[in-house]
Design a protein around this ligand. Structure first.
Ligand SMILES: *Cc1c(COP(=O)(O)O)cnc(C)c1O
Ligand code: SF4
Length: 340
């Protein structure tokens, strides 16, 4: 039940939360409710209680509204519903597929690539994506925002070759705008930092996050800002999402998209071409198409490398080069994402 209009500034302690925070709290968390909303009660028998206990369902209602009722194969539903396929143990699918634990340089700081540092700003996300490698990541001990960002800022102050700070997570936009501003005020004191990047799925899954307060913060930043959003299927981009992206673009934010290649979601030329086209219409260029990180519980999403290459070749034959994402994989110890 949404009654309050969106406030335009950070509420004082005890004041009403911003509208996006309220929508966040009203997310669907019960698989039975999700299936009832979609008219799919027959799928209940395939929901995995153990997968749900490990990484619980969470999906904002606005994202559910973009799913096709009555379709058990809906590409958006498949990204969020904990199914029994996740319980299958598959050799090669472990707990830290991308080497993040080894690369952690401090609290929430991951410095794997030259010139850019990734901060695990927070462990929270508005949506829980079943294929996500972060489902096993020990957030509680390792977030950069904890403790007033101090360890992350100290690390950056002592790393003069770093040009770009990447806020990731979890989802950095799940932090309040005030918390983000607390960080950028301090970051602005480090003259070697030239670019700020956010990796966020929120403009896509909860576009209400792109509110006046966020826009005011973005508009006041001293650096060029890149936002890498995350949509895997064209159906994720509805008019509300397109409007949020247009606001960001209007503020001069560079918009890119990363997607994960997922069996049963976007593993067809048609789906990938449609995604690129709809992103472009919304002012976003495709950036990476990731091969799945091989983490436990996600094997059923994997698309073999051969097929992935063939898909991207077919896409390249159909679309202008700027609408073809780069097919990459993350390999522990590699100096960049690895092109396939
Ligand atoms: C993916 C990633 C980046 C960003 O890589 P780009 O190729 O610059 O997009 C930076 N740091 C870490 C730890 C990453 O995983
Ligand atoms: S980090 Fe991104 S992909 Fe992973 S659960 Fe959160 S929103 Fe989904």
């Amino acid at each position: 039940m949404i009654t309050a209009p969106a406030p335009t500034s950070q509420p004082a302690p005890g004041a009403a939360p911003a509208r996006w925070q309220q929508l966040w709290r009203e997310a669907v968390r019960d698989p039975a409710e999700l299936l009832a909303l979609l008219g799919l009660p027959e799928l209940a028998g395939r929901v995995s209680a153990s997968a749900e206990a490990q990484f619980p369902l969470r999906v904002p209602r606005g994202f559910v509204a973009r799913m096709r009722p009555g379709d058990p194969h809906d590409p958006l539903l498949r990204q969020v519903l904990p199914l029994d396929e996740e319980d299958r143990l598959v050799p090669g699918f472990g707990l830290d597929a991308v080497g993040d634990l080894a690369a952690g340089a401090g609290t929430g700081v991951i410095h794997k690539y030259e010139g850019r540092v990734l901060l695990v700003a927070t462990g929270s996300c508005a949506v829980h994506c079943r294929y996500c490698f972060r489902r096993h990541y020990p957030y509680a001990e390792q977030t950069a925002a904890a403790g007033g960002w101090r360890e992350a800022l100290d690390y950056l102050a002592g790393a003069p070759d770093v040009r770009e700070v990447l806020l990731s997570g979890g989802d950095p936009l799940s932090l309040s705008t005030a918390k983000l501003a607390e960080f950028t005020r301090e970051l602005a004191k480090l003259p070697h930092i030239r670019r700020l990047r956010l990796h966020t799925r929120l403009p896509v899954v909860l576009p209400e996050r792109v509110d006046a307060e966020l826009m005011a913060w973005l508009g006041g930043l001293p650096w060029p800002v890149l936002m890498v959003v995350h949509a895997n299927h064209g159906n994720e981009i509805d008019p509300g999402v397109a409007a949020a992206l247009a606001r960001l673009r209007g503020a001069g934010v560079h918009l890119l998209n990363q997607a994960v290649l997922l069996r049963g979601v976007n593993d067809g030329v048609e789906a990938l071409a449609d995604l690129s086209a709809r992103l472009f219409e919304a002012g976003v260029l495709p950036y990476y198409l990731h091969q799945l990180d091989r983490v436990a519980g996600t094997a059923h999403f994997e698309v073999p490398d051969e097929q992935a290459r063939a898909l991207v070749a077919a896409l390249a034959a159909r679309l202008p080069g700027y609408l073809v994402p780069r097919l990459v994989r993350e390999e522990p110890g590699a100096p960049s994402k690895t092109p396939l």
